[in-house]
Design a protein around this ligand. Structure first.
Ligand code: NAP
Length: 542
């Protein structure tokens, strides 16, 4: 699969270096190579294409954007030749899809796999990036383009004794391709975010026992996944472009239409009926197709929280366990809303135990299990579903140095600063696909839009004989200020107290600063187009 030359000792030069072969890297590679004819050198740390879907192979992993949104819309061939099988495609199917895209356009040959970019520095005299990899290769390029993902740098909490465990210890985002054998094993699951919620039911079916270590309970809505009908598959093939247009009008880039009604404007019976229907539809339908004020009005939001709390009490037989699973004191949406399949019901199984570590933290991993402040647990397997150093983490793990040798990690010491997520001042010709402070919304759509924008910007540079592109300081200050102001106005910005990655609050020592834009993907796409139409106002081109 590794079609490019490996370490040669000599420095090869290219038009662009592209980091990552997930949704972002594949589409960016296609456009730059096939449409602009650029010499693009791709690097990918994984052994193949797929990004998130390559690494997160844990059982139960699936999208929770619907199939019609979680795909590309730029290719007639892909739309006609590919067919999804489920409403929320599983990890294996999404990975097969990305492999299909890579093969359909012969993209693998432009990537070097099993190769991690370790550092990149910009040279002002030559106007080139010099990029080093962990295989000892060094290359240069005019443009450095990152498709490194929003949630790709795994977070393994710094708990004492991690390397002493004698059983199997695995992070869900580094799941072994050969799988993990749970049969007759005592399993500990640390973390109850979107990932922990997806993986638990599958483990519980196979393991002899599962101890779930929960720090903060979540509001879990059922996915309501099911196979697609032939009519639904045919409809997507026929209407994929219309659906893509509709998605671009939605604040979270979903194929939904806001309902135009507010939770506090209807009577209790109507409200409950609307929530029941949202629950029956499942997943993000519950948040986006019930009431429009859930994200902006905390009293309205509390009515949704109460509805979900009632569902937890109804699903979980033991009232004490139900109470422990019940989230309180923070709004629905302050943490990224997870979707699950049989999550709450799994706690009715005899082999599943919920352990509250909110006041009794995991203090140590021992050779035989783990220890909280007051209790010891003997385990054969420990699964860390503990999330990611989101957004900036994938950047700061590479030593990126811009003008004057300044490190990007240093520039973002107090939180990320970018203009529209694309670029940051002092780092010329560094283009970030869905970079920090771009919208948190259905990711494939955000990727398509931002790849197109970067493609247009690079085309513009070349057509106009320009050689350098970067955010203007004023432009990035205004955008960063706007992103922060929006976050302070909505429920998703109220999550610092519950360790949300939105605010960098899930990582010890990370600056508490908003990482993503919540002002609406639709508004963001309009802004991006307007900025491009004004010759990239807010950016410096020279
Ligand atoms: P996450 O949402 O950050 O959840 C991490 C979990 O680990 C939390 O329950 C956290 O508890 C717990 N945790 C962390 N450190 C701990 C410690 N030292 N002791 C005990 N518990 C600890 O991570 P994630 O579940 O992997 O999800 C991350 C994001 O990935 C999601 O928000 C979503 O955007 C994306 N994702 C998407 C899908 C999908 O689309 N289908 C699936 C999975 C993930 P606290 O809550 O108390 O911090």
């Amino acid at each position: 699969m590794n079609g490019s030359p490996g370490s040669t000792g000599s420095v090869s030069s290219h038009d662009a270096v592209l980091v990552g072969a997930g949704f972002s890297g594949l589409y960016m590679m296609y456009r730059l190579r096939e449409e602009l004819g650029l010499d693009v050198r791709g690097f990918e740390a994984a052994g193949g294409v797929g990004g998130t879907w390559y690494w997160n192979r844990y059982p139960g992993a699936r999208t929770d954007s619907p199939y019609s949104a979680y795909c590309f819309s730029w290719s007639e061939e892909i739309a006609q030749e590919w067919s999804w099988s489920e409403r929320y495609p599983g990890q294996q199917e999404v990975l097969r899809y990305l492999e299909f895209v890579a093969d359909r356009y012969d993209l693998r040959r432009s990537f070097t796999f099993d190769t991690r970019v370790t550092s990149a520095r910009h040279d002002e005299d030559t106007n080139l990036w010099t990029v080093d990899t962990d295989t000892g290769e060094t290359v240069t390029a005019t443009y450095l383009i990152t498709g490194v993902g929003l949630l790709s740098a795994p977070n393994l909490p710094p708990i004492r004794g991690l390397d002493t465990f004698q059983g199997e210890l695995v992070h869900t985002a580094r799941w072994p391709a050969a799988g993990v054998d749970f049969a007759a094993k005592r399993v500990g699951l640390v973390g109850t975010g979107s990932t922990g919620i997806q993986i638990l039911p599958s483990i519980a079916e196979r393991a002899s026992s599962v101890s779930v270590f929960q720090r903060t309970p979540n509001y879990v809505v059922p996915t309501q996944n099911r196979p697609l009908t032939d009519a639904e598959k045919a409809d997507l093939r026929a209407r994929y472009q219309d659906i893509a247009k509709q998605i671009r009008q939605h604040p979270f880039a979903m194929p939904f239409t806001p309902t135009g009604q507010n939770a506090l404007d209807v009577d209790e019976a109507t409200r409950q009926a609307v929530y029941e229907e949202g629950w029956r539809q499942g997943g993000f339908h519950f948040l986006f197709e019930t009431f429009d004020d859930l994200s902006v009005n905390e009293d309205a939001n509390e009515t949704a929280c109460e509805f979900i709390r009632g569902k937890i009490r109804a699903a979980v037989r033991d009232p004490e366990v139900a109470e422990l699973l019940t989230p309180r004191g923070y709004p629905y949406g302050a943490k990224r809303p997870p979707a699950g399949t049989g999550y709450y019901e799994t706690f009715n199984r005899d082999n599943v135990t919920l352990i509250d570590v909110s006041d009794d933290a995991i203090e140590e991993i021992t050779p035989t299990g783990l220890r909280t402040g007051t209790r010891r647990f003997d385990l054969d397997v420990i699964i860390f579903a503990t999330g990611f150093d989101a957004s900036t983490g994938a950047f700061t793990r590479i030593d990126i140095r811009g003008r004057g040798g300044r490190a990007l990690a240093d520039k973002w010491r107090d939180g990320p600063v970018t203009n529209l997520g694309f670029s940051t001042a002092g780092f010329p010709n560094l283009f970030m696909i869905t970079g920090p402070l771009s919208p948190f919304a259905n990711i494939p759509t955000c990727i398509e839009e931002t790849v197109d924008w970067i493609f247009d910007a690079i085309s513009y540079l070349r057509e106009n004989g320009l050689t350098s592109f970067e955010a203007a300081e004023r432009g990035e200050q205004e955008w960063t200020g706007h992103v922060t102001a929006i976050a302070n106005m909505i429920t998703a910005g109220k999550g610092e107290a519950v360790n949300t990655w939105f605010a960098g609050a899930n990582i010890e020592g990370k600056p508490r600063a908003i990482n993503v834009y919540f002002g609406g993907a639709n508004a963001y796409f309009d802004t991006c187009r307007a900025v491009a139409a004004k010759a990239y106002e807010g950016f410096v081109l020279s």
